[in-house]
Design a protein around this ligand. Sequence first.
Ligand code: TRP
Ligand code: ZN
Length: 867
Amino acid sequence: MTNLATKRETFLKDYQPSAFVIEKFDVEFDLSPEKTLVTSHLLVHRLDKTSQHLFLDGKQLKLISIVLEEKVPKFSQDDDGLHIFNVPEVFSLKIVTEINPAANTELTGLYISNNIFCTQCEAEYFRKITFFLDRPDVMTFYQVKIIADKQAYPVLLSNGDLVEEGDLPDGKHFAVWSDPFKKPCYLFALVAGDLAKITDYFVTMSDRRVTLNIFSEKQNIERCGFAMLSLKKSMRWDEENYGREYDLNIFNIVAVNDFIFGAMENKSLNIFNAKYILANPETATDQDYADVDTVVAHEYFHNWSGNRVTCRDWFQLSLKEGFTVFREQSYDEDNNSAVVHRIRKVQDLRNGQFAEDAGPMAHPVQPKSYVAIDNFYTRTIYNKGGEVVRMLKTILGADVFRQATDRYFEKFDGQAVTTNDFVDVMEEVSKRDLSQFRLWYSQAGTPVVNATGAYDSLNKIYTLTMEQIVPPTADMQNKQPMLIPIVTSLLRKIRGDTAVALVEPEKTVLLESNLQSFIFDNIEADVIPSLNRHFSAPIKLNFSYTEDELLFLFKYDTDGFNRCDAGQRLASKIILEGMTDEHYSHAIGEILRQPFSDLSMQTELLQLPSEKYLHESVEMINVDKISTARWQLFLSNAMQHEAAWLKLYESLVSNENAYSPEEMGRRRLQAICLHHLVALNKKPYIDLAVKQFKAASNMTDSIAALSALSHTDTLERVEALAQFQDRWQHEPLVMNKWFMIQAQSRLPDTLENVQRLMQQPFFHLKNPNNVYALIGGFCSSNMLNFHHVSGEGYHFSAECVLTLDVINPMVSARIVECLLAWQRFAAPRKDLMQKALTRIISAPNLSKNVYEPVSKALDMEEHHVRS
Ligand code: TRP
Ligand code: ZN
């Protein structure tokens, strides 16, 4: 915990290379839960002739001893680290520190999860392990010796290759690991515990055999097989699509129960939140399987985009995260229904990143300053950063983009670089001027593009005119126009209303000015434009389509993404503007009856826009109105096509549990049918859900039934929840689903229920997955109940934030996000949210993780003590 005076901002413009390098690093861990001794040997080289003062980062460390070349140097310790004075040009340092992993609830540095020692060093937590130059541009060779009790911790792991192991007196044993690659300390990892493993092999493109291990607690080892398949698939994919080969003899993955985020790409020793490793049909939903696949791929891809080529400083975070997200999404698109994957990723972007870009924490993909770097592991860095790389590929074309990434990996291998370096390579290889494109890295806010079209029948010309507005954000008022690639085609109805002609095949128009026109010639008759296809740019695009045109696009657009988007636009008009739903409803009826080969796509077309998406579509958010109108439309869709939903549902019933795009699509479609039927609140449909719940032989079907029932005020709901608890209460990952479903219920007593569930013995405030499921499920996914006009939801969230802040500031900072957009809610909510924020900021000893977003939300700039 810090006090206000230490909440300094760090600025990109202040970056200075390190005056010292670490030539070599040898470290020994003598592990014991309450008292771990870390003995580190650094070989330091001073580059700068003038500075004889070495500062090593260090937090919460107990210094036992320090020796510089055999002598105790002149030194002093403060809250941030160790100052060593009068150092020579080349010297060795031996520093012994003591840490207490058992007392570590922050889950950073060295901590213990279910009796497993593990580490989390990104971004700046290696300094909680030992004194070091904790910055990514300081890279060195690591040799790590681990000593621990052999019975309690039979498995000892670190990065690189195992070079030695053996027994020691007093029931202890040791292992020595050596990593042949230089790395920054944020990629260091250590694991020690009583772990089971599965092993497999991968033969790389140059015929090297790599051993692959996945470790987990013994009772879960049967559930690691799917992750292993994903790992092998990812390794092959990166060879085939980016020419990237794995570079070590071993690749280890360890699954732990307590982890702040998804997983961590430590060199050759990835550590995962167990949620993203464990999967079998009984306990994991299709979404869980998909998430495992995605996260395994993401972390594996980091070996090149992040580890071999790393970040110069944390302002460059998107260099590795944005690029890796893009690579992971491309992998997912290749393995699933690509268009549906894209649709869903764009939904995430619009629901989350757009809100971030419009809120008090808005920041560019390359931020200019931060108080807590932890707060910048954001949707902007990750997802918008991924979109930026996607745009580069769109602009350059697939072949040139691949040449450029090859060049990037070759040129910067082993170096710590910047997002600018990345774009430089794109420029160098494509020979294009990308200076304007770079604004995507430096300007925050979601650009708005207003497009209009005009057809000149005399000259057979269609003119598309586009205006762009980059909205002001707290960090910058006036913005320059961006380079926006808008993939466009022109469509026309043929034979009445039954088919579509692609008048103008897809082409990428580059919008570069504030206002610009694009001319299409030889257009025989008026057309309907399909703009920003595949969501080619992360923007808000407005075009005043008529209802008829939207209906046409909803039925016929040849781009699946835009087809679905037209449906969302139509539904939004009904919900937000009160347009009648007659034609939309008719179109829904048609989609229900049409045969689809891709059932996931059919499901997407039947889906209403989310409440969050609707919130992002308006200036001032009226929670009740949006929630009620959306629910009305949902009910109306259910009612008007009751028979069709039922018929479709029945046609989809099956006992097939396989995880494949086809079966997954079938289960998704079946689930949306059930949701509509159950919403009608008729006994036979409630019974149908109960029947599905009881008969389910996989978690996806079981959860679909339970979540449909969760909004009904019925005995059946109560019974199903009780049965589920009975069956799964000893499976923490499964119970998170049970928490989440209840947290998201529309029933009016949901908050009371959430508070009751927090008292259950199987709910742990120290476990991030539990917190995100129950507290996060309520505060950030239950718009109706969280925003209850009484303000009780806000009060609850503030309580949770303050309680969690003492345990784990990073987790707390994620929960507090639900209050940040207070200014966009109509009174009285606005005032009630502000009150909750004020309460948080007034708390003594608030962490900087929570302080930063809350102070920005309250616009309390004066509280920042500028360094
Ligand atoms: N590099 C990790 C990823 O995206 C991010 C991460 C995992 C992280 N755990 C963390 C960052 C804890 C900060 C703190 O894959
Ligand atoms: Zn990552």
